[in-house]
Design a protein around this ligand. Sequence first.
Ligand code: SIN
Length: 519
Amino acid sequence: MITVDRVRSRSHVVVGSGVAGLTAALGLGDAVVLTKSALGAGSTGWAQGGIAAAVSAGDRPAAHAADTVRVAGGLAVGDVAELVTAAAPDRIRWLVELGARFDRTRDGSLSLGREAGHSRRRIVHADGDATGAELIRVLRDAVRSRPDIEVIEHALAVDLLRAGARIAGVVTIDADGGRTAWMTGSLVLSTGGIGRLYARTTNPPEVTGDGLAMAIRAGVRVGDLEFVQFHPTALAAMLDPLPLLTEALRGEGAKLVTGRGLRYLKSVHADAELAPRDIVARATWQRLAAGDDVFLDATGIPDFSSRFPSVHRLATGAGFDPEGAPMPVTPAAHFHMGGITTDARGRSSAPGLWVCGEAASTGLHGANRLASNSLLEGLAFGARIATDIAGTAMPAPDPRRVTVPIDGLDAGPGDDGIVSAVRGIMWDRVGVERSGKGLGEAVEQLAALGKTAGTVEARTATTVAAAIASAALARPESRGSHFRTDHPDPDEAWARRTQIEHPPVATTPLLGWIARGAA
Ligand code: SIN
C-alpha cells in the first residue's frame, strides 16, 4: 500500500530552484523550496546569453517591449511586455546588490551584448557567456543565508493537492523514497520547461515538464502549448543534451554557412543571422533537411576563449575548435513559450497556485521568445508573485477537504523506457516543422504510450507531450515557432493565444489515503 509518510504545512511552498523560484522565495520568506535535484540545478545555471534590460543611456524599456512584441508572431500580451521590460533595470540593480558580478566596460558601466531580434545592444552578461551560473551563485547564496527559507533537495513533485477548485499543496517523492504532502495556502510552481521531451535539446536532464503535467492532471488552465522554441545553433555533437552555441556569438559576428560556404540567411531575412530565432531555426532546419551540412563560423571572433569561456569549454570538450574551424550545428528544443496560463500577477486559473519562469505562460513571449528575455521573466514574475501573495493572505487549507489524484498513488520514480520513445516521437513529429499527418500520428502514439506509463517520469512525459502534440494539431496555421508544412501561412482567425482546461483526474481524500496506509 502506497502511503503519505509525512504531512507538513508551510505558509509558502515553492517548487523549483531556478531564477524564478529562488526570486519568489527570497521575496516571500517563511517558505520551503522543494527541488528535484540539487539547489539551483536546472536551466537557469546553463544560460549563456544573459538578461535583456534597457540600461544603456540611449535605450528605453518601451523599445525593449516593442522588440519583444515584434518577434512574437502577434501573440505577445503588450501589457505584460511593458511591465516586464520596465522591471528589468531594477532587477539588474537588485542582483548587483545581492553581489552579482556582471561584465563591465573599462569605465565601469555594464558591458552590453547584442542578440537576435534586439534593435540594440542590451544583454547584461557575466563571465562572457556564463550569466546563468552567476545568477544561480548569488541567488543560492542569498537563499542559503536566510533562516526563514528551508530547502529540500531531491524532492520530486508528483501531484497537486486540491481542495475543491483550490490548489492546497503538492505531494513529493523524497530522497529516502518516502512521500510528503506539503499543505499550503500559496503554492508557487517554478518547475521550468519541457526541453527533455525532445530527442535533441539544449536543456539539462531536470527539464521534463513536471509542473505542466501536474497542472494538466489537476485541471488548471494551460495554454500556448504548441509554441516550442528551437534554438538554431546547438552543437551537432553525439551528446545529450547538445551543447549550446550562444546567440551572442552571432551578435559578435559569427556566421551560419552551409558546407559549401553559402550564407543562406542572407536570402531569408534582412537581419540574416540576427533575424528572430524562429526564422533562423527554421531556415537552418530546412538546409539540414535538404541534405546540406550547416556550420557556425565563429573563427573571426577575437579573444574567443576569454570572451566565451563556456562555449569554448563545451566545444573543445566535444572535440571541436571554435577558433580554428566552423562548428556543425543543428536546431534543438530550447524553451517553451507555452505553459500554465497566468495573469499579470502570476496567478493561475486555480486559487492558491501561482506560476513563474518557464513553467508559466504569461503572454510575454507570444509565439516566439526574444533572446535573453527568459531570465528576465523569471526575475520579474518571481518578484511580482511574492508581492501578490503578500497582499492575498490565503488561509491554510482545511485538511479534511484536501484530495490527491487516485491514479498516481502507486507510481514511483524512474524511466521505464517510455521517456526515450516520447523524445523520439516529439523530435520526429512535433519538431521544427510539423504536419497534420505527423501530428495526428504523434497524438495516437503518445496516447498509446500513456496507457502503459508506470512511473512518474513516464506519466509526466506522455501527459505533457500528448498535450503539446494535440495543441499543435489543433492550430492549422504557421505562426512564430509553430510551423505547419500543410498550413505554411499565418491565418488571422488564429491570431489568438490558446487556453485549455483538461478534465481533472479523479481524486481521493488525502486523510483517507494516510489512514489506509497507516492501517
Ligand atoms: C543563447 O545564449 O543563445 C540563449 C539565450 C536565450 O535563450 O535567450
